[in-house]
Ligand binder design. Structure first.
Ligand code: GDP
Length: 317
C-alpha cells in the first residue's frame, strides 16, 4: 500500500513534473489533472493522469471525492504573465475561480471522509506587483498590476478563507523559479536557449523587452521542496518562497553569455517593444524567513549556478 495519495493539478508544467518525481520517490501514490496532450514530457509513467480541465468543476469535484487525496497541490494556472494580458478572462477563470472551486472540493472531501486534506496553493510574487516594500514578506500589501497577479491574489485570499474554515491550506508565494524544463516563453529560458543557439551559430541575436526589471530567480526543484514541506506542516499558512536576492534581466543576459564563453554580448542583444508589457513590476524580491523558520526550507542553488545549469543544458541539446 502506498504511504499516501496525492493529487497534483497542472502536472504538465515545470513544477508538476519535479513534484511528481519527488513524491513518487517517497512512495506516495500520485494522481494528476492536466489538459496537456499525453505523454507529458518528463512525467514519470507511474503518475495516473486524469484528462480534465480545472474549470470543469463537477468532474473535478467527483474525482477529488473519489480519490480522497491526503495532499492536494494546485499548480494548474495560466502561468505566463505575458499570456494573461491576451487572455485575462481565461486567466481569471483558471487562476482564480477554478482554484477556489478546488479548495471547496477539498473541503467537501474532508467533510465526507473525515480525513484531513492538506491543500497547497501555488501563489505568486506577482500578487505584490507595484509594491514599494523591499523585500516583500507575507504581510506585504497586495498590489497586482496584471491579470495574472490579480487572479492569483484572489486565490491567495481564498486560501486564507479556507484555512479559517478548517482546511489545512498553505499559500506559497512563489518567486520566479527556473530550470531547463522552463518553457521558452519565460525570459530565463528564452535567454539561455537563444544564447546557446548564438554560440552554435544557429541564431544571430537575442531580442528582449524590459532589461531593467529585477526578479528573484531560484531553482525550481527547491521550490517544489517548499511545496512538499508545506503539505506536511502542522502549521499551514502563507509562505514567501524566494532566494532573497534580485538581479536584472540584463544581469541574467550577461551571466548566460559568460557561461557560453562570450564576454562581449552587447552586439548580440537588442530590445523590441513587442516584448515590453503594458505594466511590469520593477523589482520583486522575497524574504523567506518564515518558510525557513516554520518549514525548515532553504534555497540550495544561487543565481550564477542556476544560469550555468540552464546554459549548459541548452548547449548540450
Ligand atoms: P514573470 O516574472 O512571471 O512574468 O516571468 P518572465 O520570465 O516571463 O518575465 C520576467 C521579467 O522579464 C519581466 O519583467 C519581463 O517584462 C522581462 N522580460 C524582458 N524581456 C522579456 C522577454 O522577451 N520575454 C519575457 N517573457 N519576459 C521578458
Amino acid at each position: 500500500m502506498p504511504a499516501q495519495r496525492a493529487l497534483i493539478t497542472g502536472v504538465g508544467g515545470q513544477d508538476g513534473t519535479y513534484l511528481a518525481e519527488a513524491l513518487l520517490a517517497d512512495g506516495v501514490e500520485v494522481h494528476a489533472i492536466d489538459t496537456a496532450p499525453t505523454p507529458i514530457p518528463h512525467l514519470p509513467d507511474d503518475v495516473t493522469v486524469h484528462a480534465l480541465d480545472l474549470r470543469d468543476v463537477d468532474a473535478v469535484r467527483t474525482l477529488v471525492l473519489e480519490l480522497a487525496p491526503a495532499q492536494l497541490y494546485n499548480l494548474a494556472a495560466i502561468s505566463s504573465v505575458a499570456r494573461s494580458w491576451d487572455q485575462p478572462d481565461l486567466t481569471s477563470a483558471v487562476n482564480g475561480t477554478a482554484a477556489v472551486a478546488l479548495m471547496e472540493s477539498a473541503w467537501r472531501c474532508q467533510e465526507k471522509h473525515g480525513d484531513p486534506v492538506s491543500f497547497v496553493q501555488a501563489s505568486s510574487a506577482e500578487i505584490f506587483g507595484v509594491t514599494t516594500t523591499t523585500p516583500q514578506s507575507e504581510s506585504t500589501a497586495l498590489a497586482p498590476v496584471n491579470p495574472y497577479g490579480a487572479a492569483k491574489a484572489y486565490g491567495h485570499l481564498m486560501a486564507r478563507v479556507y484555512r479559517g474554515r478548517g482546511l489545512a491550506t498553505s499559500s506559497l508565494i512563489l518567486y520566479n523559479h527556473e530550470s531547463p524544463r522552463r518553457p521558452t516563453g519565460f525570459v530565463t529560458r528564452k535567454i539561455t536557449s537563444t544564447v546557446a543557439a548564438i554560440r552554435q551559430g544557429r541564431a544571430e541575436s537575442l531580442v528582449l523587452g524590459n532589461l531593467d526589471a529585477r526578479r528573484d530567480w531560484g531553482w525550481a526543484p527547491d521550490y517544489v521542496e517548499a511545496m512538499r514541506a508545506a503539505a506536511r506542516t502542522e502549521t499551514p499558512g502563507d509562505f514567501v518562497v524566494a532566494t532573497g536576492v534580485s538581479h536584472s534581466v540584463a544581469d541574467f543576459v550577461a551571466a548566460a553569455f559568460r557561461h557560453a564563453g562570450i564576454d562581449d554580448w552587447a552586439a548580440f542583444v537588442r530590445t523590441d517593444p513587442e516584448f515590453v508589457r503594458p505594466a511590469d513590476a520593477h523589482e520583486l524580491v522575497g524574504d523567506a524567513t518564515l518558510a525557513r523558520d516554520v518549514l525548515g526550507w532553504r534555497p540550495t542553488v544561487g543565481f550564477d549556478d542556476l544560469v550555468r545549469r540552464m546554459v549548459e543544458h541548452d548547449l548540450a541539446q
